[in-house]
Design a protein around this ligand. Structure first.
Ligand SMILES: Nc1ncnc2c1ncn2[C@@H]1O[C@H](COP(=O)(O)OP(=O)(O)O)[C@@H](O)[C@H]1O
Ligand SMILES: [Mg+2]
Length: 321
């Protein structure tokens, strides 16, 4: 039997090698012709094969445009990483995203089609462009819609398939949130933005403050060191938001985020408290005691009209909760 952790390590190293080769190959290609255009505050300098650039999104790492790829004869998304080498954190983020996208091959994880830099030498090397499959919208837009049971469970199912695949490869995403999940009008779904993902094996001294607040698991909020199940917490928060059309734990800040969790789910058990380090435990123990809300209060019947197919959803949400 092949040891899964060795397998993962090997895949990771292969992907690293492939990324370096890609850059080297691009360097030798005759067709390295670029053109520049302004997109918002940024300038995109892309290969001529990519035409009709239009901004479609932005985040902490950079700006994303849709474009038409004349070589592949299809639409693509191009993400320009903003100043990826400005400091070690940005460089690590960029590197992780690139290698993990290259390494993972699954229909519910965004696929990397190309990667290039317009700079011609290592000395000038400054910008990284990632070319991906193009999707239609992110989940923030979908959450506002009234989805039937079939569509909602299909979205949830695909999210879990993507996560299962990542976890099997020892990768924790750590930043699952609606803006990092993209969908097509045919209801297919892909997870993206691996800037904060890391392989589980390296995570002994893990950075707190990694998941966007609302979707942060208690382990992350309380700096406990975490495992792959922090991603499942995020999936639960996203599902609840799709059902209720509002954020489940809308914390105003770091402290308020924890208050929102305990008010609704109740004060954690003694077993849980024992896992906290002393200063955090003292803080948590000194919070007011909460019994937590009942399932009916969190997800009232009015969200699941009895005469509709949506009623089946209640069972699904109960199972996840
Ligand atoms: N492949 C894609 N297809 C469609 N939209 C995308 C794609 N990639 C990114 N986007 C849009 O751009 C936004 C920012 O992309 P993301 O990779 O999350 O960047 P950041 O790392 O800066 O957060 C996403 O929320 C989404 O709306
Ligand atoms: Mg993002």
């Amino acid at each position: 039997m092949v040891c899964p952790s060795l397998c993962t390590q090997r895949t990771f190293l292969d992907a690293q090698k492939a990324v370096i080769e890609d850059f080297a190959m691009n360097k030798n290609k005759k067709e390295r012709e670029f053109y520049s255009l302004d997109v918002g505050d940024s300038t995109f300098t892309v290969l001529k094969r990519y035409q009709n650039l239009r901004p479609i999104g932005s985040g902490a790492q950079g700006i994303v445009c849709s474009a038409y790829d004349q070589n592949l004869e299809r639409n693509v998304a191009i993400k320009k990483l903003s100043r990826p080498f400005q400091n070690q954190t940005h460089a690590k983020r960029a590197y992780r995203e690139l290698v993990l996208m290259k390494c993972v091959n699954h229909k519910n994880i965004i696929g990397l089609l190309n990667v290039f830099t317009p700079q011609k030498s290592l000395e000038e090397f400054q910008d990284v462009y990632l070319v991906m499959e193009l999707m239609d919208a992110n989940l923030c837009q979908v959450i506002q819609m009234e989805l039937d049971h079939e569509r909602l469970s299909y979205l949830l199912y695909q999210t879990l398939c993507g996560i299962k695949h990542l976890h099997a490869a020892g990768i924790i995403h750590r930043d699952l949130k609606p803006s990092n999940i993209v969908v097509k009008s045919d209801c297919t779904l892909k997870i993206l933005d691996f800037g904060l993902a890391r392989t589980a094996a390296t995570g002994l001294l893990m950075t707190p403050y990694v998941v966007t607040r609302y979707y942060r698991a208690p382990e992350v909020i309380l700096g406990m060191g975490y495992q792959a199940n922090v991603d499942i917490w995020s999936v639960g928060c996203i599902l609840a938001e799709m059902v209720r059309h509002k954020i489940l734990f809308p914390g105003r800040d770091y402290i308020d985020q924890w208050n929102k969790v305990i008010e609704q789910l109740g004060t954690p058990t003694q077993d849980f408290l024992m896992k906290l380090n002393q200063s955090v435990r003292t803080y948590v123990e000194n919070r007011p005691r909460y019994a937590g809300y009942s399932f009916e209060k969190l997800f009232p019947d009015v969200l699941f009209p009895a005469d509709s197919d949506h009623n089946k959803l209640k069972g699904t949400v109960r199972c996840v909760a």
